[in-house]
Design a protein around this ligand. Structure first.
Ligand code: PRT
Ligand code: ZN
Length: 210
C-alpha cells in the first residue's frame, strides 16, 4: 500500500481529492478522519497541514504527497518533486503601498520586508543584489505596511484582490508556483510500481482535461 499525504483543509484539498477521484480511486472521506484507505486501489491517504507534507515525505512517513511548490522550495525539499500537477497556481510577489513611488527592486535596499517565505525571498534578493531586512511572520502579512512593521511585503498572490483591498500594489514576481506531486527518495520496488500505476492514471486525467 502506498501512502499519500494531502492537505487536510485549505486551498489544495479539494483539487487534490478531485484528482484522486478522477483517477477512478474511491475512498470514504470524513472531515474528522486523519487517514483513509482507498477501497479499489492500494492507496492510503493522510490528511495533514500543508507545511508538514514535505517533511513527512522526506522522512518516508508518507511515500508521496501533494503540496505547493512555494512550500516545497521554501523548505528546501524541491529534490522530492516528481511532477507538477497544474492546479493551485499562484505567485509569490513583492508588494508596496500603492501611494509609494517604485522604480526598481533597488528601491528595497535597506527596507523592511514582511513575509512567511524568508528563504525564497532571501534567495531572490541576493540574486538581485539587494540587501533588506526580512521580518518573518506567519500570517496576515498584507497588513504589515499599514501597522508600520514593514515598508514592503512578499506574499502569495493569485487574483490580486487581497493586495488591492489592503492598499498595496504588486511590484515584483519572486516565484511562480503550482501544486506538485512529490515522493520520498527510496521507495521499495513494490511501492514504485503502485506509483507508476497512479502516475499513468494521473496522466490520463490530465490529457482528458486539456
Ligand atoms: O492549514 P494549512 O497550513 O494546511 O494551510 P495554509 O493556510 O498554510 O495554506 P492555504 O490553504 O492557504 O494554501 C495552500 C497552498 O495553496 C499555498 O501554499 C499555495 O501553494 C496555494 N495557493 C494558491 C494559495 C493561493 N492560491 C492564495 N491566494 N495560497 C494562499 N493564497 C492566499 C495568500 O496568502 C493571500 O492571503 O490568498 C491571498 C491572496 O489571494 P488573492 O486571490 O486575493 O490574490
Ligand atoms: Zn500551511
Amino acid at each position: 500500500m502506498l501512502r499519500l499525504a494531502i492537505q487536510k483543509s485549505g486551498r489544495l484539498s479539494e483539487d487534490s481529492l478531485n484528482l484522486i477521484r478522477e483517477c477512478g480511486i474511491s475512498f470514504i472521506s470524513s472531515s474528522l478522519k486523519l487517514k483513509t484507505e482507498c477501497t479499489n486501489f492500494p492507496l492510503e491517504i493522510l490528511f495533514l497541514r500543508d507545511d508538514d507534507i514535505p517533511g513527512y515525505v522526506a522522512d518516508g512517513v508518507a511515500d508521496i504527497g501533494i503540496v505547493g511548490e512555494n512550500v516545497l522550495v521554501e523548505e528546501g525539499k524541491q529534490e522530492l518533486t516528481v511532477e507538477k500537477l497544474g492546479f493551485s497556481k499562484c505567485r509569490l510577489s513583492l508588494a508596496v503601498p500603492k501611494s509609494v513611488e517604485y522604480n526598481s527592486i533597488q528601491d528595497l535596499n535597506g527596507k523592511n520586508i514582511a513575509t512567511s517565505y524568508p528563504n525564497l525571498l532571501q534567495a531572490y534578493l541576493q540574486e538581485q543584489g539587494v540587501q533588506a531586512h526580512i521580518h518573518t511572520i506567519s500570517g496576515s502579512v498584507e497588513i504589515a505596511p499599514s501597522i508600520g512593521l514593514a515598508e514592503a511585503i512578499c506574499d502569495i498572490v493569485s487574483s490580486g484582490s487581497t493586495l488591492i483591498s489592503n492598499g498595496l500594489k504588486e511590484v515584483e514576481r519572486v516565484f511562480k508556483s503550482e501544486a506538485a506531486l512529490i515522493a520520498t527518495k527510496d521507495l521499495s520496488q513494490e511501492k514504485r510500481e503502485i506509483l507508476e500505476k497512479l502516475l499513468f492514471r494521473i496522466h490520463a486525467v490530465q490529457r482528458a482535461r486539456k
